[in-house]
Ligand binder design. Structure first.
Ligand code: SF4
Ligand code: SF4
Length: 126
């Protein structure tokens, strides 16, 4: 009997939930959403991949080409990779990636930065 007022009020009030996906709630201002890599600026150092707690990032190098892979189904959106990137080429949108039914991996490739020239020994002064 104690619950009766609550039951009656719930019968005549609006539902507390939304009919997703027809009504989608707006994201919060600081939502950590979709991870984006500006691959032109990436130096393929691998820092993001080493720090990622869910191990969903892979960085590899072959010849002059670097590859950055994100298994986005495993990404928890923590933002650790964004904070650890030395060139700030990673960012997160304030919206989430659209719903997908196929488990996929995002693969981006770019040119590796040129290595600094090796130091040459100074010629002895004459
Ligand atoms: S930390 Fe930044 S620069 Fe390094 S591999 Fe990751 S995205 Fe590229
Ligand atoms: S946001 Fe977190 S879980 Fe997702 S790739 Fe970056 S470090 Fe990994």
């Amino acid at each position: 009997m104690k619950m009766l007022p609550t039951v009656i009020s719930n019968l005549f009030s609006k539902p507390a939930t939304r009919n997703y996906p027809f009504f989608v709630r707006d994201n919060f201002e600081k939502t950590r959403g979709e991870l984006v890599n500006d691959i032109e600026r990436c130096i393929f150092c691998g820092s993001c991949s080493r720090k990622c707690p869910s191990q969903c990032l892979t960085v590899s190098k072959e010849g002059t080409v670097g590859t950055w892979k994100l298994e986005f189904f495993a990404c928890i959106g923590c933002g650790v990779c964004v904070d650890s990137c030395p060139v700030s080429c990673l960012s997160q949108k304030t919206s989430h990636r659209p719903v997908a039914v196929v488990r996929d991996v995002i693969t981006l490739t770019g040119k590796l930065p040129e290595k600094p020239a090796k130091k040459t020994e100074k010629a002895p002064a004459q």
